[in-house]
Design a protein around this ligand. Sequence first.
Ligand code: PMP
Length: 406
Amino acid sequence: TDGAAAAAPALAPSALAHNYHPLDVVLAAGEGSWVTDVRGRRFLDCLAGYSALNFGHRHPALVAAATAQLGKITLTSRAFDHELLGPFAEAVTRLTGTEMLLPMNTGAEAVETAVKAARKWGYDIKGVPDGRATIVVAEGAFHGRTTTMVSMSSDPEARDGFGPYTPGFRIVPYGDVDAVAAAVDETTVAVLVEPIQGEAGVVIPPADYLPRLRNLCTAADVLLVLDEVQSGLGRTGTTLAQDLTGVRGDLIALGKALGGGILPVSAVVGRRDVLGVLTAGTHGSTFGGNSLACAVGLAVIDLLAPGDLQARAAALGAELRERVDELVARGLLASGRTVGLWAGLDVEPALGLSGRATCERLVTRGILVKETHGTTIRLAPPLTISSDDLHLALDTLGDVLEEEAA
Ligand code: PMP
């Protein structure tokens, strides 16, 4: 064996749990939209950490903020405040047009926190007896991997075998307001959905879905909880996906890009009278809102506050839309959904194509993407990607699909 191969870590060391099936690449470095593997091959990253890397790898402003904070203090725990906690809460609530923030770490924790806040609000304010609260959720949703999150899942792979499940969730078809209305009763404290479903394959609901859910929730005195962990913070060409509809959730879960791809940072933002029910001792996290997370989170909000990145995602999104339509017209894709710089592309099963095989071929051609649910490929490049690089990715995708179809 040559030196380089010997130095490369094993792809599947026996000490590592098998809960992922990664593509055949071992990454060592990244800058902007590009990453380099241990063999020195370069790849264009068109998954961007499932939208955690909306600003690309090691954005200079984020690295500078993290580095400066590493020289000061990194963690106080919530037993003691630190100077960035208030500014972080103010910055995120200002950007999102909300009143209050509760900091956590991962996306699943943020949604879990929203579930707890909604239940406690139902108990304290609505008078729903403890243990009776129900929350209406959507088929095809993805909210994370904890026991309560998979209890909301309709995906057998994510759910089966992990019972007993957390009770209190009513799963109805995504995009169907009438089904939500039928599921809401006096025990219901919240309707919890993704404004656009990410893991399901960038599934975009009818335009009046969120506005009608908003009206229904307001009329029934039920909270509208929106999981923007993947859809939020610029991906859709707007700050939040819900901005496309003018709707504001009562609670909004943020994660992924809030940590700029540098570290896990999540939060629930929303109404003061709702988050206010989580008083001292009722909920918390050792790491939530730590100094380093707030330093990076503040730098993330600085990147988004001017709105230029969102505008850029919208403009590049129009180019993406055109190229995807072209691939559909050429018969290389069965269908494709795009919103902003985010796409769910369904490969044509009639051509014998699989999402996995397409992704494997793309990796050998220097483009990193990932399939979801067998036949769908998700594109979510950094919002900072150049137009040339975006077209390079789509040219290569077209070539690969054509080869596969031949
Ligand atoms: N909600 C949504 C909409 C997500 O897409 C994800 C992650 N794919 C999560 C929650 C969970 O986030 P995390 O992996 O950080 O727990």
